[in-house]
Design a protein around this ligand. Structure first.
Ligand code: LLP
Length: 421
């Protein structure tokens, strides 16, 4: 953005002369070309986030595996791959997507609390880098397929559940004892002992994923200290530590998530002390979260003494985070005007919980046909979208400077019943 422009999200989105832009293209032009609702990604913002993440952890030898679940569009995956990242997958579908996008299998890690037999088989067949183990029975399946495909020393990390509480939404805390994830330290120690001499299984790493949208490095440091004790108690010295993802982003100006280097510096210092050969990181939200907006058009405005409602053509099926977690996403009117009203921004779905924002500020004279950009829509937005209410899912558009192109077509009605008999 040029001088004098009002910038948002690292400067790749913002206002010029009162109109909202994604890089060099105005939201008005984007909506006219591609229709609404429409996800709009900034290519340069993605590149910039990748760069800052890499630089924050550059003090140690690392493999950064982009967490595909955050946004699995193949064009986005290709960009990650071309930027030198690996992939973190949690299903056969994600593994296939990653392979289609061109990731080298040797840079793919496979996590997941319920890996199926055929998914494990695919991972073995394609020779992925590492399986992150969440229960003992998985190892039996890995061994079975490793034997069948004559693969010795399949690399595995044990995902530890270290009973660490983190300051985030209850649904995305993943390292408390009460959650389904990982192995407790006793189970993990038992597995290591048992599999020491297996020719097929090579347990060399420890995996952690503490939770998502973490605000600072403290939980990682706590977890790494526990890893050290685990190591001392069991005599197991991991060659690899995978600390998962979780690096938070600011959804609003009131969020106070630390800068990525404030995660990177203390974490890499601690990792050096443990002395592993490789640190694996699985960022999702940090990379893509603030690199997109959801562009939506106002269908109706309903003003009531109790509350104002702005009804948009995007709903909870397109972006479920506010409805599901009560998450905040910024609302940016595409045309800035003076005067503001407070309103709930709601979708057309038949549920009271169908809102994109509660008590948001909107222009006083907002009317049908106006456009709004919903912020921070890059992570867990399109990837969690659905066809609820038989609504076709939005298109996805990538902006690169003054150019833009479709990276996923808007669904057609026929897509809704494809496969039904
Ligand atoms: N690694 C593992 C093993 C994970 O389970 C996750 C996310 C990640 C990495 C990436 O985490 P990130 O860096 O994106 O925080 N739908 C929720 C977030 C769920 C996260 C699930 N696991 C949301 O919309 O906030």
């Amino acid at each position: 953005m040029e001088e004098g422009a009002e910038v948002i999200f690292d400067g790749f989105f913002g206002y010029r002369k009162g109109i909202f832009y994604a890089e060099g293209e105005s939201a008005n032009d984007i909506a006219a070309k591609y229709g609404t609702p429409c996800y709009v990604y900034s290519r340069n913002s993605l590149l910039s986030r990748i760069k800052s993440f890499k630089s924050a952890f550059s003090a140690v030898n690392s493999l950064i595996c982009y967490s595909v679940k955050a946004n699995s569009n193949r064009s986005i995956l290709r960009l990650m791959k071309e930027s030198g990242l690996g992939a973190d997958v949690v299903s056969g579908g994600e593994l296939r997507r990653a392979l289609l996008a061109g990731f080298t299998p040797g840079r793919i890690v496979f996590a997941g609390v319920g890996k199926k037999d055929d998914e494990i088989e695919l991972g073995i067949k394609k020779k992925i880098y590492c399986f992150n183990i969440e229960n003992e029975e998985e190892i039996g399946l890995i061994e079975k397929h490793a034997r069948r495909y004559r693969r010795k020393n399949v690399l595995c990390s044990l995902r530890l559940n270290l009973d660490i509480d983190v300051d985030t939404h209850h649904y995305v805390k993943t390292s408390k004892k009460e959650t389904k994830f990982g192995l407790d330290v006793i189970a993990a120690a038992g597995i290591i002992k048992k599999n020491l001499r297996s020719p097929y299984i090579s347990i060399k790493g420890l995996h952690l994923h503490l939770g998502s949208q973490l605000k600072d490095a403290s939980p990682y440091l706590k977890a790494l200290a526990k890893v050290r004790s685990f190591s001392e108690d069991t005599g197991f010295n991991p060659e690899i530590i995978d600390i998962g993802g979780g690096f938070g982003i600011n959804y609003s100006e009131w969020d106070a998530v630390k800068k990525i280097e404030d995660f990177g510096i203390p974490i890499t210092e601690q990792v050096k002390k443990i002395g592993v050969k490789k640190l694996i990181l699985e960022p999702g939200r940090y990379i893509v979260g603030n690199t997109a907006v959801l562009l939506t058009r106002v269908l109706y405005v309903k003003k009531r003494p109790e509350k104002n409602f702005i009804i948009t053509d995007a709903g909870m099926n397109d972006l479920i985070r506010p409805a599901f977690y009560g998450s905040h996403h910024g609302v940016f009117p595409v045309k800035k005007t003076d005067g503001a009203i407070k309103a709930d921004i709601v979708g057309p779905i038949c549920e009271t919980g169908d809102y994109l924002a509660r008590d948001a500020q909107a222009p006083e004279n907002i009317k049908s046909g106006d456009l709004l950009a919903i912020g921070s829509a890059g992570a867990y937005c399109f990837s969690m979208s659905s066809n609820y209410n038989s609504r076709t899912r939005p298109c996805e558009v990538m902006v690169d400077g003054k150019k833009s192109f479709i990276i996923r077509k808007r669904e057609a009605y026929g897509d809704l019943w494809r496969g039904e008999v």
